[in-house]
Design a protein around this ligand. Structure first.
Ligand code: HEC
Length: 104
């Protein structure tokens, strides 16, 4: 039931992402502390998610980014590695977040 609620909230924020210019970090990103290192439009510890979306625009990057978020690692945006998020963050949640990021 709770995960159903979370899914609905993510779906709602995905719909908003298309129209609102000041996109907010989705509830899932707050729940899993992605917000500690990422924002939508400013570089923090990790790259801005809007920049990630720009870099992979037109590419079929979903599977690749799901694997990267799960396993973590450095090299694409600098030498600072992202810590692994799996298995703390479920595969389903990682997928939702990557879809959100690529849709920015
Ligand atoms: C402790 C800080 C930290 C946390 C927490 C974190 N990230 Fe990252 N993230 C980074 C860093 C640093 C990079 C850049 C890695 C690189 O250069 O390859 C990154 C890169 C990324 C990328 C781009 C990967 C690529 O290969 O281009 C995505 C997508 C991403 N993070 C999503 C997430 C999501 C979703 C979460 C929450 C589940 C999250 N991050 C939590 C630090 C973090």
């Amino acid at each position: 039931m709770k995960s159903m609620m979370v899914k609905m909230m993510v779906a709602a924020s995905l719909m908003l992402a298309g129209s609102a210019s000041a996109t907010e970090m989705p509830a899932l990103a707050k729940k899993h502390s992605c917000v500690a290192c990422h924002t939508i439009d400013k570089r923090k510890v990790g790259p801005a998610w809007a920049d990630v979306a720009k870099m992979y625009k037109g590419q079929d990057a979903e599977a690749k980014l799901i694997a990267k978020v799960a396993k973590g690692g450095p090299g694409v945006w600098g030498t600072m590695p992202m810590p692994p998020n799996s298995p703390t963050v479920s595969d389903a949640d990682i997928k939702e977040l990557v879809k959100f990021i690529l849709a920015l």
